[in-house]
Structure formats: structure tokens, C-alpha cells
Design a protein around this ligand. Structure first.
Ligand code: FAD
Length: 287
């Protein structure tokens, strides 16, 4: 289908983008890679009167170190993430997850900022950001602010972004050296969104888990941080009984929608399997 009519704007600075969005009001939307927004427009599920294209803004680009944090500009594409040696070295889980998003065509255009700002429970990056303890830098008509990813998601397609605000960068604490990691995603076919997915970051010493964070994708209307499941594995050697306990604790907070990817019970079941696999693989990678 063909989208409805809209006026196209291409600001050159973050300040100009914010000004445009706050002046044009509810009928204006930021445009990043367009790989979530444009399909919605084609289906007439979104009909913004104005698109504010963020591609001309240098301040939204780049991957850099700021002390012990890695800061990724909102307009970095999934393809650029995959091409970054720094990301592959210090945040290998981000590399692993980006490779599981859609296909190369989508990854060439789709941005990390668009992925996390979209609020779609099917997007892979949000649960990963919760697992990594990331935060988002936002810029709006009242200035800049920082919000933890864990406080950003409020419902399906409903986030803490205020009118006129854009997400400018994602700030991630560098994980401990020797950490174990895994992102396990079940999808019906290459290029599909997750039926269920689990992200695990952990550290181990003497064969036992010393710290752990777990995120879940597409198993609720928002990404989930599975706090009790993570607690269940700390201090253990991830024996079969512990893995079962962790999967049960994670399952208790899942409430996926029944849709073309399967009924609720099936999606919760495979969510537990994704978590078990991710924990096992993360432990095998920990040094
Ligand atoms: C066939 C197909 C398969 C896909 N499969 C997957 C998948 O498996 N996993 C996955 O995670 N994603 C998947 N996607 C979605 C893809 O990753 C999108 O690129 C991503 O969800 C949105 O990023 P974008 O840069 O394209 O944003 P856009 O589509 O441009 O924007 C998405 C939304 O976020 C807002 N927005 C964008 N940038 C900002 C910003 N900086 N600040 C504030 N608001 C902003 C827009 O206004 C819009 O509402 C798929 C897409 C397609 C077409």
C-alpha cells in the first residue's frame, strides 16, 4: 500500500530536530531507518503529517568510549554495529543479537535508536539494553535528560519519550572482562521477529555464577528483566535443577500475546528453553 501524504523535513542538528518536532506537535514523527515506521505508514496504522528525518544530524552518529561506558549514537545502524571492532570486543552480545535481526537489507537501514525507541515488544535490542544496564540520552524542548532503559518501556509502543523528545544516544557500562554472554532467539524463519528470546550476561568464579542479568524479548507487552530468575542462578554451578528453577521463575513473569507465532503456553514454554540455552552457553563462554 502507499502511505498517506506527509511533509518531509531534514534538520542538520539535534536542536533543529527538537524544535521542529515540538512546533509541529503530535502529527510529526522522527524518521530513522524507516524499517518499522514506513511499513506502519504503508498499512495506514500510522499517518504522520510530518516526517523529521534524522539522517542529516552528525550528533546522532558514532560509537565512542566515555570512561567505562560505551556510547552509541542513535543513528548507528545494525550493520555499523556489526562492523565495529570495539563492539565485537567489548560487547559481543550486542554483535550476536544484531546478527539475529531480520536480514542484511533491514540491518543496512535499521538503527539502534529506532529499534529501542520504537517500543515494539518484538524488537530485540530493548531486552538486551535492560540486561546490559544501559541508559538512554534524550533531548527535548526542556533540555537533555538521561533515563535507565529499565524505566523507559511502559507498554506496547508506549515509552517514556515526551512530546518533542528524541533519543540521541545509548550509554552502556562496559561489561566485566571474562564475562559470559548469550542471546538465544527462536524465530519461525530467517528474518522473523522472535517467538521468544532470552539475553544472559554473567560472571563466574570457581565454577559458580557470581553475577547474572537476564532479559526476555517478545514475552510480554514490554521487554522484561527477569530478576528472580537471575537470583536463582547466582551462587550455583548451573546444575539441571537450577536451570529448571530459573526457567520457572522467568516463566512466572511472562505474558506473551497469542498470535501467529503460537499460543501463550507454547511461547512461555519456548521462552524457558531459550533461557536455559542462553544460560548454558553464557556459562561455557565465561572465563
Ligand atoms: C522484514 C523486517 C523484519 C524485521 N525483523 C526484526 C527483528 O527480527 N528484530 C528487530 O529487533 N527488529 C526487526 N525489524 C525492525 C527493524 O529492526 C527496524 O529497523 C527497527 O525496529 C526500527 O529502527 P529504524 O531505524 O528503522 O526506525 P524507524 O522505523 O525510522 O522508527 C521507528 C519508531 O521509532 C521512532 N524513532 C526512531 N528513531 C528515533 C529517535 N532517535 N528518537 C525518538 N524516536 C525515534 C520513530 O518515530 C518511529 O516511531 C524488522 C523490520 C522488517 C522490515
Amino acid at each position: 500500500m502507499i502511505p498517506g501524504p506527509f511533509t518531509y523535513h531534514r534538520p542538520a542538528t539535534i536542536a533543529d530536530a527538537v524544535k521542529l518536532l515540538s512546533t509541529l506537535g503530535d502529527e510529526a514523527r522522527p524518521l530513522a531507518g524507516g524499517h518499522s515506521l514506513v511499513p506502519m505508514m504503508k498499512l495506514r496504522l500510522a499517518s504522520p503529517d510530518h516526517l523529521v528525518d534524522l539522517h542529516g544530524i552528525d550528533g546522532l552518529k558514532g560509537i565512542r568510549r566515555e570512561g567505562d561506558r560505551i556510547v552509541i549514537g542513535a543513528m548507528i545502524t545494525q550493520h555499523q554495529l556489526l562492523g565495529s571492532d570495539d563492539i565485537a570486543r567489548s560487547l559481543p552480545i550486542l554483535h550476536e543479537a544484531a546478527l539475529l535481526i531480520a536480514d542484511p537489507q533491514v540491518r543496512y537501514r535499521g538503527t539502534i535508536g529506532g529499534n529501542v525507541a520504537n517500543g515494539d515488544p518484538g524488537n530485540d535490542m530493548p531486552a538486551l539494553m535492560l540486561t546490559l544496564g544501559a541508559g538512554y540520552r534524550l533531548e527535548g524542548p526542556n533540555g537533555g535528560r538521561y533515563i535507565a532503559a529499565s524505566e523507559f518501556y511502559q507498554g506496547a509502543y508506549f515509552t517514556a519519550l515526551e512530546p518533542g523528545e528524541i533519543l540521541t544516544a545509548i550509554s552502556i557500562p562496559a561489561p566485566a572482562a571474562g564475562h559470559g554472554y548469550a542471546y538465544e532467539k527462536l524465530k519461525r524463519k530467517v528474518g522473523d521477529y522472535a517467538t521468544a528470546a532470552a539475553a544472559v550476561m554473567l560472571t563466574m568464579a570457581g565454577g559458580k555464577v557470581t553475577s547474572c542479568a537476564i532479559g526476555l524479548t517478545n514475552l510480554h507487552e514490554t521487554p522484561l528483566l527477569a530478576v528472580e530468575a537471575a537470583k536463582a542462578v547466582i551462587g550455583t554451578s548451573l546444575d539441571p535443577a537450577t536451570l529448571k528453577k530459573a526457567a520457572a521463575a522467568a516463566s512466572a513473569i511472562m505474558s506473551p500475546a497469542a498470535d501467529a507465532r503460537g499460543p501463550v503456553e507454547y511461547r512461555k514454554h519456548v521462552g524457558g528453553i531459550m533461557l536455559t540455552r542462553a544460560l548454558t552457553r553464557a556459562a561455557a563462554r565465561a572465563k
